[in-house]
Design a protein around this ligand. Structure first.
Ligand code: ADP
Length: 398
């Protein structure tokens, strides 16, 4: 295994998240977050050895400026020469990429080709990639796609029931997301349960601010709840998830809203935030629901009910259910949501173990069903950065 460190970058249009990982141990030696990029008050915050400090980027408030500041910080800690390769998270690889790949000119052209499928994200990833190439000269770069794991979905799972020529002409189909998390968590679940992943029919719920759920069989994605974009599927922090597409014409006619306004409302003002009128943060919703706030109680119930319904349908996609897996900030920490979801699944023979469920928090993996449960439910913390680091080291030959 490698002694070299891996730099993992995740670039958004106005942000850049970075982490330096030891690929062998998973230890994070340095992390950073640049915010407000392309605005005059851009800055980057570094966290090293538990201490945070902020560096102003106003002289060069773009992705290149952020990567330059990161290079300076690495030098200050003697880490620059220890970086062996750089791994980049890329939101969409469309149908072009079913696995991670070492970057060359052809790959850059491929990511450009997928811009219509991720118009906000892929251009930002390219900015980060080019900055990394010019500042970390000579180091290999690897791209890891959120969509890649779901390329094994069968045609009947990814095709929308609309005129087929729209798929042929525009690539309009379901692609899914959170694929790097699902790949990591499906491997970890098999390891945790001491089983071969090929023998497990899993339903994995990745519940963060963005939330999705995936059916995994034979170690492969068979279906997932996010679609062409991350808007489809579960109720999320600010996204509606599944909704009748006729809301567009309904709101255009009755509320005089434009397509852009409705899209914005469904992505940014809906979900837990929209229903409760309070917050997109699940902790706040749980606290206020416990205090009797009607909107928070309803938001929580809808979140749980819709998730339980989706688990049923994903069990169909997986061909049965051996393991139900909870991950992401909510999945890893909310004993309340997990227990109430399991409450809906009693008819499938799942039985919650109340004490075990309370213990599975704060990064602890654990089985949360009783020994006589028909299938096991388990909490498995995700680690997308580590998965990206592993791919990057492997493909760079480190
Ligand atoms: P992101 O999609 O931004 O990566 P995370 O996976 O970090 O999101 O998850 C964030 C969500 O996890 C927030 O809604 C937060 O309230 C929720 N969360 C974190 N800790 C808890 C907890 N103890 N109980 C309930 N929800 C929690």
């Amino acid at each position: 295994m490698t002694q070299k460190l891996i730099l993992v970058l995740n670039c958004g249009s106005s942000s850049l998240k970075g982490a330096v990982l030891d690929n062998d141990t998973g230890e994070v030696l340095l992390s950073c977050l640049a915010e407000k990029l392309n605005l005059p008050d851009a800055y980057i915050t570094f966290k090293v050895n538990g201490e945070k400090h902020k560096v102003d980027l106003s002289d060069k408030p773009d992705h290149t400026g952020a990567v330059e500041a990161l290079m300076e910080e690495l030098k200050a800690h003697g880490l620059d020469s220890r970086i062996g390769a750089i791994g980049h998270r890329v939101v969409s690889g469309g149908e072009l990429y079913s696995e991670s790949i070492l970057v060359d000119d052809e790959v850059i052209a491929g990511i450009e080709k997928c811009i219509p499928l991720a118009p906000l994200h892929n251009p930002a990833h390219l900015l980060g990639l080019r900055a990394a190439q010019s500042i970390f000269k000579g180091l290999p770069n690897v791209v890891v796609f959120d969509t890649a794991f779901h390329q094994t979905m069968p045609e009947h799972a990814y095709t929308y029931a609309i005129p087929h020529e729209l798929y042929e002409k525009y690539g309009l189909r379901r692609y899914g997301a959170h694929g790097t998390s699902y790949r990591y968590v499906s491997d970890e679940t098999a390891r945790f349960l001491g089983k071969n992943k090929k023998d497990l029919r899993m339903v994995i719920a990745h519940l963060g601010n963005g939330a999705s759920i995936t059916a995994v069989a034979n170690g492969e994605s068979r279906d997932t709840s996010m679609g062409l974009t991350p808007l489809e599927g579960l109720v999320m922090g600010t996204r509606s998830g599944d909704i009748d597409p006729a809301v567009f014409s309904f709101l255009a006619e009755n509320a005089n809203m434009t397509i852009a306004q409705i899209t914005d409302m469904l992505n940014k003002k809906s979900g837990l935030l929209g229903i409760s009128g309070l917050s997109n943060d699940c902790r706040t919703i749980e606290e206020e629901a416990a205090n009797g706030h009607a909107g928070a109680k309803l938001a929580l119930e809808i979140f749980i009910y819709r998730l339980a319904k989706y688990i049923g349908s994903m069990a169909v996609a997986a061909g049965g259910l051996d393991a139900l897996v909870f991950t992401g900030g909510i999945g890893e920490n909310s004993d309340i949501i997990r227990e109430r979801v399991l409450g809906y699944l009693g008819f499938l023979g799942l039985k919650a173990d109340h004490e075990a469920n309370l213990k599975a928090r704060f990064g602890n993996a654990g089985v949360i069903t009783t020994a006589d449960s028909a299938a096991v439910a388990v909490v498995i913390p995700t680690n997308e950065e580590l998965m990206i680091a592993h791919d990057t080291a492997r493909l760079s030959g480190l």
